[in-house]
Design a protein around this ligand. Structure first.
Ligand code: IMP
Length: 197
């Protein structure tokens, strides 16, 4: 039987991305696949802590080997904010991408330094493999206004340095984004780790 690993998410985009990268070598299960409907607390103050909390939750409560991720947008002129709070940057119930992006643009209004990076941390916690942490980073700039309609979250205002045409993530197709993105890089680092286990 194929080795089963839970990816601590129900985000279908993230699941498909990881399944595409690992191919047939592993069976990647979602939280729904193991009947986990828990609202797993993300109470850490770093991306590393949050991904560890999620991986440990699944490993300890459900007994599965687990992969968990956390991502943040770190803006230099804002001392690394929104960072670990990227999903809940704007006041309210959180997870409102439009409100988060509007607040970011407002806070960046008079800033000359537009440097920013996306960082994804992935923790793997397995019975035999132990604990491993990988990360993926993409450096870029915050634009003055949103551009493009693809992707999600802060994509319309993030222009990766590696885009020679200065396109935002939201102006790229998913293959072009995955080739250089924080999550693409972290996922490939995870895959090479899994291959050597
Ligand atoms: P999560 O850890 O993947 O849930 O990401 C936290 C927040 O970062 C999300 O709510 C998004 O707003 C933002 N985010 C994560 N990945 C991306 C991305 O690839 N593009 C744009 N925004 C992202």
């Amino acid at each position: 039987m194929k080795r089963q690993i839970v990816f601590a998410t129900n985000n279908i985009h993230k699941l498909n991305e990881l399944r595409a990268v690992v191919g047939n070598s592993l069976s990647i299960l979602s939280l729904a696949d193991i009947n986990c409907n828990d609202d797993i607390p993300e109470t850490g103050s770093t991306l590393e802590e949050n991904s560890m909390i999620k991986a440990r939750w699944v490993r300890e409560k459900y007994g599965y080997d687990c992969i968990a991720d956390d991502t943040g947008l770190e803006v230099e002129a804002l001392d690394g904010a929104p960072g670990v709070y990227s999903a809940r940057y704007a006041p309210g119930n959180g997870h409102d991408s439009q409100a988060n992006m509007n607040l970011l643009l407002l806070n960046m209004k008079d800033k000359k330094n537009r440097k920013a990076r996306f960082r994804t941390v992935i923790t793997l916690l397995g019975e035999t493999s132990g604990c491993h942490v990988v990360e993926g980073i993409v450096e870029g700039m915050i634009s003055d206004e949103p551009r493009g309609t693809n992707g999600f979250g802060y994509d319309p205002v993030f222009i990766p340095d590696e885009s020679s045409e200065h396109l935002s993530f939201a102006q790229m197709d998913s293959d072009a984004k995955n080739a250089i993105s924080h999550r693409g890089r972290a996922t490939r680092a995870l895959l090479s780790l899994l291959k050597n286990m």
